[in-house]
Design a protein around this ligand. Structure first.
Ligand code: SF4
Length: 62
């Protein structure tokens, strides 16, 4: 699984709290700090994508 954060991010920090091994707060938007999401982090990435208030987390399976 790969994941991206788009420009609609409002930097709420939710994904960083939920999944610190994958997301980090950048200057304007959260950023993804891994190329491929580790298998044991996939669930929290899915949860963060569901909970993100601006629906900015885009999951790319595969
Ligand atoms: S949960 Fe969504 S809006 Fe909040 S920091 Fe993460 S990507 Fe941005």
């Amino acid at each position: 699984m790969r994941v991206e954060v788009n420009e609609d991010c409002v930097s709420c920090g939710l994904c960083v709290d939920a999944c610190p091994e994958v997301f980090e707060l950048g200057d304007d938007v959260a950023k993804v700090i891994v190329d491929v999401v580790p298998e044991d982090a996939e669930e929290c990435v899915r949860q963060a994508a569901e909970d993100c208030p601006s629906e900015s987390i885009v999951i790319k399976e595969g």
